[in-house]
Design a protein around this ligand. Structure first.
Ligand SMILES: N[C@@H](CCC(=O)N[C@@H](CS)C(=O)NCC(=O)O)C(=O)O
Length: 212
């Protein structure tokens, strides 16, 4: 199976998918989409993803998958080993809730297009950073007790799950926005544990071919 991931090195949503691909041990071609140059709005990319958002994963030159959580779930269903979701329905719901806090409640409020829209409304850089930091902190406040309760090295249990695929890019982004992580020891511990894992290391923004 040939896989091509359309990605931008520093963006959180493609970073999630890179982690998933590396955890599953699946090789892929890396296709850079320069979000600063506006490649995501061009006809070529919009032909793949009409939303004009990264990532897009092209499978065997035919199937085009978008939305990072949908892609990760597809990976899990088509390549069950190693599992990114725990066995019981209850545990799966917890992992999906952790992933959802990041992907549905934190990240959409501070991705590039939202920050650009704020700039268009006259919000200066300090204001935009404070906005992003506020919503990251709101999500991390909820994630911290969940990870403290369910984590055992990784965010849920002793091995990486969908929750770590989402958490690690969000912690990276928190660093860019200057969020103080000292109030979140469980989040920090899970992110540090993941950083030591080869799949997470390979997916790191600075290891990507388009890293500036
Ligand atoms: N919910 C989408 C979010 C995708 C998204 O916001 N992608 C960002 C990068 S993290 C993007 O391509 N932004 C381009 C822009 O805002 O113009 C997903 O999980 O895939």
């Amino acid at each position: 199976m040939a896989l091509a991931l359309h990605s931008y090195w520093r963006a959180g949503a493609p970073y999630r998918v890179r982690i998933g691909l590396h955890l599953k041990g699946l090789p892929y071609d890396y296709v850079p989409v320069n979000l600063l140059a506006g490649d995501q709005h061009g006809a070529a990319y919009k032909g793949l993803n009409p939303q004009g958002l990264t990532p897009a994963l092209v499978v065997d030159d035919g199937l085009v998958l978008t939305q990072s959580l949908a892609i990760l779930e597809w990976l899990e269903e088509t390549h069950p080993e190693p599992p990114l979701l725990p066995r019981s329905a209850a545990d799966r719901a917890v992992v999906r809730a952790m992933a959802g806090i990041v992907a549905c409640d934190i990240h959409p409020l501070n991705n590039q297009r939202v920050l650009k829209a704020l700039a268009g409304l006259g919000v200066d850089e300090a204001g935009r950073n404070a906005w992003a930091a506020r919503w990251i902190a709101a999500g991390f406040e909820a994630l911290e007790p969940m990870i403290a309760r369910h984590g055992a090295g990784f965010a849920f249990g002793e091995s990486p799950t969908l929750a770590d695929c989402c958490l690690v890019p969000q912690v990276y982004s928190a660093g860019r926005f200057g969020v103080d992580l000292s109030a979140y020891p469980a989040i920090r511990a899970a992110a540090e544990r993941a950083a030591a894992h080869p799949a997470f290391a390979a997916a790191h923004p600075e290891r990507q071919p388009d890293a500036a």
